[in-house]
Design a protein around this ligand. Sequence first.
Ligand code: GAL
Length: 331
Amino acid sequence: MFRFLSLVTLYIIFSGLNAFAQDASKGLIQPGAIWPDNKGNHVQAHGGGIIKIKDTYYWFGEYRAQDNDTSYRYVGCYSSKDLTHWTFRNKVINIQDPENLGYRWVLERPKVFYNAKTRKYVMYMHIDDARYKVARVGVAVCDRVDGDYQYVKSFRPLGYESRDIGQFVDDDGSAYLIFESRPSKGFYIARLTDDYMNVDKEVCFIHAPLEGGAVVHYKGLYYAIGSALTGWRPNPNKFATAKSLAGPWSEFKDIAPPETNTYSSQSTMILKVTGTKGTTAIFMGDIWKPKEQWDSRYLWMPLEIGDGKLKLPEPKPWSINLKTGQYKLAP
Ligand code: GAL
């Protein structure tokens, strides 16, 4: 009996390892699948964002591992040179209720900007209490991309309530915070100050009650994606376009067949990859599992985008060639 059980255990261990090996050797991004990091743990970077430093991408997001100390909140940082294989770097935020908001305080949707003038990495995050009544952004700063970020302060950007945040860096390097404001019934795109430590100026208010705001500048046109306000439940995410970030913005339209509820995901960012032969705009979404947050998945897919149109295709495994900027769907 014991020998039989140990054989079963060995089989389970080896088939598990094999699954990881397969992911790595195929070099595929698999929407909705467990995404193992270099140690075989599912990547914990939910509601995340990505920046590129030299030839390396850094993915930051909510670190919601099952064995987290529940009074702490963590931000995970992972690095990759191919957007497919991710190395765990650090829990770059590891803090306990800096604003005295109570045991169930909230830290969500962290986004990191690199400021070339100050050479500092500046993180914005949504800070709240358990009832989401505080509605502020928090700011933390670090000298290293994957170092221990120091929490600095929280505030309401331009005096407005702010819940889901997003980040956008334009082709000229200017940096913007996107934030949803319930009382205004819409979301703001606001420029950061020179040192990125504050929100400086409203560039645009988009009068559409959308969160999970994500923007990309693609072939001369701005595209904004947002999600309806349905909490953890997925909904049909929508997009609009504008010639200038300041608008006017077109009407919002579905990015995917509405009955799929964005293939059960919610937007967090659009990542643009430009290479020698083309540009791919990657939709980064979260497939939330509210009761098992640690097992929430990611839906990353190249968007079909151009000439004012945008479509999130049906999720399938795919790969990207960072040199050429082109993607391929798996056969
Ligand atoms: C969603 C939001 C998430 C989280 C959740 C809590 O609307 O996008 O980031 O705040 O609500 O219910």
